[in-house]
Design a protein around this ligand. Structure first.
Ligand code: AMP
Length: 130
């Protein structure tokens, strides 16, 4: 069965899109640790990051760097952290999280955003992509 992220890629499930290439997609995490929390995924559906072929792995990191730089320009924060977990969704994804403290990296306290907030943040990050 297709992963929830493949359904997002295919447009069956909506997302707040931040960036897209032929091979990768970035969209806002629906239950963010912090405003601007973004997921970067390969369009190729693979469960575990270490199972990616080298080209896709390096491409994903390059894509995440581009998105992370745009997040840093958009969201005031100490830095953008990068985390890979994957225990919930079996489709490789890199979390990019604006960090001000260790709490923001712990996936315990969550930020509540309205639809308008999500749309505005996704648009703002997208406009800072280079
Ligand atoms: P993990 O697999 O543990 O790295 O966590 C999966 C992440 O995907 C969580 O932070 C979820 O909030 C996020 N997530 C799950 N479903 C969606 C969705 N439909 N749109 C955006 N983010 C999602």
């Amino acid at each position: 069965m297709a992963s929830i992220f493949t359904k997002i890629i295919q447009g069956e499930i909506p997302c707040y899109k931040v960036a897209e290439t032929d091979d990768f997609l970035a969209f806002l995490d629906i239950n963010p640790n912090a405003k601007g929390h973004t997921l970067c995924i390969p369009k190729k559906e693979v469960d575990k990051i270490m199972d990616l072929d080298e080209e896709t792995y390096i491409g994903l990191m390059r894509f995440a760097r581009t998105v992370g730089i745009a997040i840093e320009k958009t969201i005031p924060c100490n830095r953008v952290g990068m985390t890979v977990i994957g225990l919930e969704v079996p489709h490789v994804h890199v979390h990019l999280i604006p960090l001000n403290s260790m709490e923001d990296a712990r996936f315990l306290s969550k930020e509540t955003l309205s639809k308008d907030d999500f749309e505005a943040v996704a648009k703002a990050i997208n406009s800072n992509l280079e």
